[in-house]
Design a protein around this ligand. Structure first.
Ligand code: KG4
Ligand code: ZN
Length: 334
């Protein structure tokens, strides 16, 4: 069988990214233009600002992905692009670039779900084994997904309010840490010599859903109460207690799901999967159960286009083709 080369394009949030992947498993080039400096200035992602950055960067990153790969458009088999979910103005920049590129070069176009991309980032590291449990934890998502085969995604649990990364970013702001908040809290927690006990939202007994807004509120209340009494907050103790609560719930529910569904592999993905405390906790628990657990390297956990090309290749192989009528789907279902 001939090799398949797919160009992936990702612009759903704040990274403008293009990548070429061979046979869905091998990264040939992987370019990410981040907007982190302008977000630091605004303390988060401003949709209109993100779109403007994408417009400036998109043709540059596509050109770089081809140049770094040493390939011509005629060497490619298809263009895979994030169709949703995400910021609609941001999605449209990537989709329109993908359409123009596909039309100009006579290539098929494939619309990829952003979360499918995060899951297929693992295909760039190892062969996926089914049934597979994926824990997706990012700034916009907290989801447990069960896969019985390629292309089949069964959502068994999700957050009912804030995403895990969103909770990290909000608590970081309360502690005066820069955006994005995850790395700063992770560092404080690792250095801490004690911790404040914060609540865990387990929800109904057999639910795989999550809730993090109560945790965020109790951190804010804790700080407020101390300050009312004229006392100061120990940021390390707060970071450590907050992180323990998040890790405890994510790990416990992942372990219960892995057991209930008898999975052969567990993977984690998304920006929060870069968290050292979470990685260690999941590694330890799944080792006890003898279930293989993997997290991609940090560069493939956070938003990138190689993961979109990898997921797109699996769809390409299954015969999926999109059309030039493709539109951004901000609330796209998996
Ligand atoms: O996947 P991602 O790059 O973008 C989205 O699709 O949302 O995730 C970004 C999120 C941010 O909320 C950031 O605070 C969080 O991932 N994050 C972390 C860490 N690094 C990034 N959270 C906890 N610990 C980290 N080390
Ligand atoms: Zn993402």
């Amino acid at each position: 069988k001939k090799d398949t080369y797919i160009l992936g394009i990702e612009t759903s949030c704040d990274e403008t990214a293009a990548s070429i992947v061979k046979n869905g498993t091998e990264i040939i080039s992987n370019i990410v233009a981040s907007q982190i400096t302008s977000q630091k200035r605004f303390g988060g992602v401003v949709p209109e600002v993100a779109s403007r950055h994408h417009v400036e960067q998109i043709t540059i990153v596509i050109d770089e992905a081809l140049t770094e790969a040493g390939l011509q458009p005629s060497d490619l088999d298809a263009v895979a692009v994030t169709e949703g979910p995400g910021l609609v103005g941001a999605l449209l920049i990537g989709i329109n670039a993908a359409k123009a590129f596909a039309f100009a070069n006579g290539l098929p176009i494939i619309g990829v779900h952003h979360i499918a991309g995060h899951i297929y980032a693992n295909q760039l590291m190892q062969k996926m084994e089914f049934p597979l449990l994926a824990l997706i934890v990012s700034g916009g998502h907290t989801e447990l997904i069960l896969m019985d085969e390629h292309g089949s995604f069964n959502l068994i649990g999700e957050t009912r309010d804030d995403a895990a990364g969103e909770a990290y970013d909000k608590v970081a702001r309360v502690l005066g840490l820069p955006y994005p908040g995850g790395p700063g809290i992770d560092k404080l927690a690792a250095a801490s010599d004690g911790e404040i006990e914060f609540p865990r939202a387990w929800l109904e007994k057999d639910s795989y859903d999550f809730s993090f807004s109560g945790l965020k509120s109790s951190v804010i209340n804790y700080k407020h109460n101390l300050e009312q009494r004229g006392e100061t907050v120990n940021p390390e103790h707060v970071a450590s207690g907050f992180q323990s609560s998040i890790i405890d719930v994510l790990t416990t529910k992942s372990v219960r799901a892995a057991k209930e569904f008898g999975v052969k592999q567990v993977i984690a993905a998304g920006g929060v999967a870069a968290n050292n405390g979470l990685r260690n906790s999941l590694e330890k628990e799944f080792k006890k159960l003898d279930i293989p657990f993997k997290v991609p390297p940090i560069s493939l956990c956070t938003d990138n286009a190689a993961m979109i090309a990898a997921a797109g290749t699996s769809m390409f192989d299954a015969g999926v083709r999109g059309t030039l009528a493709m539109n951004g789907k901000p609330g796209m279902e998996l």
